[in-house]
Design a protein around this ligand. Structure first.
Ligand code: NAG
Ligand code: NAG
Length: 158
């Protein structure tokens, strides 16, 4: 029944469903960038030690990510930032939004090691953040704007 409905396209759908390109650096202008990836990489409710928080991020990346920032806020609060006015992202797209306030975050910087034994320094910060947002995220209402990429964490806004 399902196959009949899909007609000649089931193979195409299977291919699309499994299309998971490896993104070099933060090449997030890809349909594969999702709110789930954002949460894994950038959301932790409380301050973290980078040495213990980064392995999960690197497992997905399959390498030592050179730097990474964890925001200590809820998905709901960050998603609310998606409703603030649009600004231009570093890559030139215009679906970025800057937080209204500074929040607590943890900045992790790679200091050495390889593969599964990457070492990081841990720096607590209190900054603004800029996120790129998208609709149509799996598991959420299709119209809901959700963060999919952390663009930068400015200390000051001008
Ligand atoms: C504003 O940002 C949202 C994503 O948060 C995007 O869907 C929308 O297209 C953007 N609007 C403009 C004019 O770029
Ligand atoms: C991981 O790296 C640390 C220091 O960078 C080193 O002391 C330790 O032996 C390494 N562990 C493994 C399993 O390679």
């Amino acid at each position: 029944m399902m196959l009949n409905l899909l007609g000649p396209f089931p193979l195409l759908l299977v291919l699309l469903g499994s299309w998971e390109p490896v993104h070099p650096l933060d090449d997030w202008a890809q349909s594969s960038v999702t709110v789930q990836t954002f949460m894994l990489r950038h959301l932790r409710p409380h301050p973290v030690n980078c040495q213990t928080a980064m392995p999960r991020v690197n497992l997905q990346n399959r390498r030592c990510k050179p730097e990474n920032t964890f925001l200590h806020d809820s998905l709901n609060n960050v998603a609310a930032t998606c409703l603030l006015r649009n600004i231009t992202c570093r890559n030139g797209r215009t679906n970025c939004h800057r937080s209204r306030y500074r929040i607590r975050m943890t900045y992790c910087l790679y200091t050495g090691g390889t593969d599964r034994n990457c070492s990081y320094s841990t720096t607590p910060q209190n900054r603004f953040y800029v996120v790129a947002c998208e609709r149509r995220q799996r598991g959420f209402p299709p119209n809901r704007l959700l963060p999919v990429h952390l663009d930068k964490t400015p200390l000051l806004v001008h």
